[in-house]
Design a protein around this ligand. Sequence first.
Ligand code: E4P
Length: 219
Amino acid sequence: MKIFLDTANVADIKKWSHMGIIDGVTTNPSHLSKEGGNPVEIIKEIMKILPHGEISVEVTEKDPMAVYEQAKKIAALGNNILVKVPCASEYYDIINKLVQENVKLNITLVFTLIQSLMMCKLGVTYISPFIGRLNDIDEDGIEVLHEIKYMQTQYDFSTGILAASIRTVDQFHGTIDAGVDAVTLSAETLEKAVKHPLTEQGMEKFDADWKKLGIKKFP
Ligand code: E4P
């Protein structure tokens, strides 16, 4: 299962990439806007940190042909770039065209099984179902994720499922349980997810017991 960092913050990306945990990064216009500065320079910096990672960069144009042109330019930034295009029906034509032209797409803002099926049929690289935002409207995001996973397996689609909008440790847990191909989450959520109080307590107890022996060098 791939783990992506859901951010455009270079410091967070450096920290987690050094640990060998991160397979890539998913940016979006909100993340890049939060960082300020020149978004292209930030993306190039992220590409330097993760030269073999998968870096998702979202289109900002609205008109389908402008989205198509922008997607081609974003893809040209590097071989490891995935272009994020919203799952809107007016973009189906250009999504189809971009797939035919071997542009790797991460289809964002996916909320339903049917949207997922359409994108799998078009052969995009990833679909990103937004779990947290489904929960925000009182739907069960993880249940939708299970349905999408079942559909992907049932029909043997090559499109990967990238669970997005993951804001809690429980949601992260649910994505692993659903068997999806990838998850993207913030550095804060990842930080919380990898910690357990019993690990900390256990380390303190072993340390205290060990010190009772009074041995200075081991082995
Ligand atoms: C990542 O690809 C998405 O843009 C992101 O996970 C959205 O998360 P949010 O719903 O917490 O904004």
